[in-house]
Design a protein around this ligand. Structure first.
Ligand code: SF4
Ligand code: SF4
Length: 180
């Protein structure tokens, strides 16, 4: 993913207006196991300080994502490219003095983003590749030819029908082909 700031990430650094607040968001999030702990976050910043991704990306601040979620800034938080940078290593969870499941909150936010079709283009492309070939990256025809020339066996073919069924259940198919 590009390190260039998306419009939403640039906007995230600006002031907050009432239009940014979705009063129903806390009800949506309250269905997430452990969400009640997020209310205890007092913005100490340990999650950002200890996060290996935040160390290398100016864009990524888990503390900020937690605050935006607390405030109900739904569109800005699910539209942020930063949301997709978390590596789910759980370092922040181990270090949070308030016991907030930061990685779990981020996973829940991603699920909401997927449900609403707010997904970075790179994930749409990966999803399309898996749907059509079974592989995350399309393997060029030239690569198949080279394998054959060297006497290597054909790569296994995925059952894309089963993949499509699984993606339907996960509600992933609907955004896969949609252009951003
Ligand atoms: S470490 Fe915990 S309490 Fe501190 S900012 Fe992060 S989520 Fe909030
Ligand atoms: S789980 Fe995500 S936010 Fe937490 S430390 Fe790891 S990469 Fe950072």
């Amino acid at each position: 993913m590009s390190e260039n700031k998306s419009a939403n990430d640039v906007k995230a650094s600006r002031s907050i207006s009432m239009g940014d607040i979705d009063l129903t968001f806390k009800y949506e999030m309250s269905e997430v196991p452990g969400f009640e702990k997020l209310r205890l976050c007092f913005q100490c910043g340990s999650c950002t300080a200890d996060c290996p991704i935040a160390r290398f990306s100016e864009l990524y601040h888990p503390r900020k994502l937690m605050r935006m979620t607390q405030l109900g800034m739904k569109n800005r938080v699910i539209g942020s490219e930063a949301l997709w940078l978390c590596a789910a290593c759980f370092t922040c969870v181990d270090h949070c003095p308030q016991g907030v499941d930061i990685a779990g909150v981020i996973r829940a936010l991603r699920n909401i983003a997927v449900r609403e079709g707010v997904v970075p283009q790179v994930f749409r492309e990966l999803t399309n590749n898996i749907l059509t070939t079974g592989y995350a990256y399309k393997i060029p025809e030239m690569r198949h030819k080279k394998r054959a020339e060297r006497g290597l066996p054909d790569l296994p073919k995925a059952n894309t029908g089963d993949v499509a069924k699984l993606f339907d259940v996960l509600a992933v198919s609907k955004f896969a082909k949609k252009e951003k």
